[in-house]
Design a protein around this ligand. Structure first.
Ligand code: SAH
Ligand code: SF4
Ligand code: F3S
Length: 439
């Protein structure tokens, strides 16, 4: 009889990719993907805890399975990811949801298969949270569903301890993969016809710092770009403190590297940046953008910004607004600060009220949206190269992204998934582009 799995993923791109690894492990054991939870034999939650709402979301959805589990005793429910790595989270989870069968963390993903075997061999519940230094997975056993795009982890963990952030506590210290293993994985993907590779790490610029710099991040990019066929190379995330001239030069020299950099600024006030432990000032950040634009004139920059960090005054917030106005971001992801237990910022005095946070985020979003709209309008009447990635059955249109990640829709008589095509943009009033296929 067929066995089915469902994976529910929260959080960042890294989690999305790690769910592909979990899927790979399940498929190797004969499971088939199903989007229908009631049909599934195993449901895996790959959780996130970056903000409180991410956690609440997961807790709500796990709780909702109680009834299903009651009616289907053989159903296996597994909870993994960042949430389970927090102090006491595994205990809390087991107490709140005693029907959960497997609790696993972020450090031991490669052991998920063993945990499942243990459970299947009759163990009541399996909990395997690994507080020590995590492992490095060099082997690619992912089940990828995002052709022609592929994610490749180049490092795990984070050493930066930005004072608001839970990631270093739940993902451990920085561990870089071997350059040779990364290159083989990327080359194998390109050989299979993948056209876009996104390298993942919490701070890709510090790739290789923990392995005595045998290969730095710019060197890794250069090596990947020795493949001369047409493909796109992206990476995320860059921490501004380590974003330097060598990397900028490599971006400029290699046409495969997309001229889009995600460079989270977080705030525009130097006082707040210091309290955040970000290790750069607003003007240093803007200087880096200037340097980037000097070498790569058509480069676009996206960012993350947070409002309501402890002690943030109206003046600090005004600094953030003015930085946004000066920086000319392509788009910005905006967040309300959410205190995370165990982080420095959660213990700081001067926590900002929900009311003030709400009011500030609305003002920030307004400024960001106006900028994004302006960037959108500049697309009109332009010819844009799209990497076609899917077909929308409802709209009867093909879709894909441009170099800057902007979604474009178009009509085509031929299946062009996995191909680079050019479209003439006729409408760009919304968040996506609409265009005619150029022959
Ligand atoms: N490693 C990346 C970011 C990972 S988290 C980097 O250094 O930029 C993605 C974004 O979530 C962060 O850039 C930050 O803006 C936001 N974030 C992190 N912790 C947060 C918190 N406690 N409250 C609100 N937003 C947070
Ligand atoms: Fe969090 Fe800072 Fe590390 Fe990014 S660099 S994951 S924001 S601690
Ligand atoms: Fe990603 Fe959330 Fe963990 S943003 S690293 S899944 S806390």
């Amino acid at each position: 009889m067929d066995k089915y799995y469902t994976i529910i993923t929260y959080g960042c791109q890294m989690n999305v990719h790690e769910s592909e690894k979990i899927a790979g492990i399940l498929r190797a054991r004969g499971y088939i993907e199903s989007n229908d939870e009631t049909k599934s034999d195993i449901i895996v939650f790959n959780t996130c805890c970056i903000r409180e709402n991410a956690e609440n979301h997961a807790y709500g959805n796990i709780g909702a399975l109680k009834k299903l589990k009651k009616n289907k005793k053989d159903l296996i429910i597994a909870v993994g990811g960042c949430m389970t790595q927090q102090a006491d989270a595994a205990d809390k989870l087991r107490k709140k949801f005693p029907f959960v069968d497997i609790v696993f963390g972020t450090h031991n993903l490669d052991r998920f298969g063993d945990l499942l075997d243990k459970k299947l061999s009759g163990k009541k519940a399996v909990v395997d949270i690994w507080p020590q230094e995590g492992s490095i997975v060099e082997e690619d056993y992912s089940y990828r569903t995002s052709y022609p795009n592929a994610w490749v982890n180049i490092m795990y963990g984070c050493n930066n301890f930005c004072s608001y952030c839970i990631v270093p506590y739940v993902r451990g210290r920085e561990r870089s993969r071997q350059p040779g293993a990364i290159l083989s994985e990327v080359n194998a993907l390109l050989d299979k016809g993948y056209k876009e590779i996104t390298l993942l790490g919490q701070n890709v610029n510090s790739y290789g710092y923990d392995t005595n710099g045998i290969c730095t991040f710019p060197q890794l990019l250069s090596k990947i770009c020795e493949r001369k066929e047409k493909f796109r190379l992206r990476f995320m995330t860059s921490n501004p403190k380590d974003f330097g001239e060598e990397l900028i030069r490599v971006i400029a020299e290699n046409p495969q590297i997309c001229n889009l950099v995600h460079l989270p600024v977080q705030a525009g006030s130097d006082r707040i940046l210091k309290l955040m432990n970000r290790k750069y000032t607003a003007s240093e950040y803007l200087q880096k953008l200037q340097l980037l634009r000097k070498y790569v004139p058509d480069c676009q920059v996206t960012t993350d910004i947070m409002v309501g960090f402890p002690t943030e005054t109206e003046e600090d917030f005004a600094d953030t607004l003015s930085l946004v106005k000066n920086a000319g971001f392509f788009t910005a992801f905006t967040f309300v600060y959410s205190p995370r237990i165990g982080t420095k910022a959660a213990q700081m005095e001067g926590q900002i009220s929900e009311e003030v946070k709400k009011e500030r985020i609305m003002r920030l979003v307004e400024v960001v949206n106006a900028q994004t709209r302006e960037k959108s309008l500049s697309y009109r009447g332009k010819s844009v190269e799209i990497l076609c990635e899917d077909y929308d059955e409802k709209k009867k249109l093909y879709l894909g992204r441009d170099e800057y990640g902007r979604m474009g829709y178009f009509q085509s008589e031929n299946d062009c998934i996995g191909q680079f095509v050019k479209i003439m943009v006729s409408d760009s009033s919304g968040v996506s582009l609409m265009g005619e296929l150029e022959k």
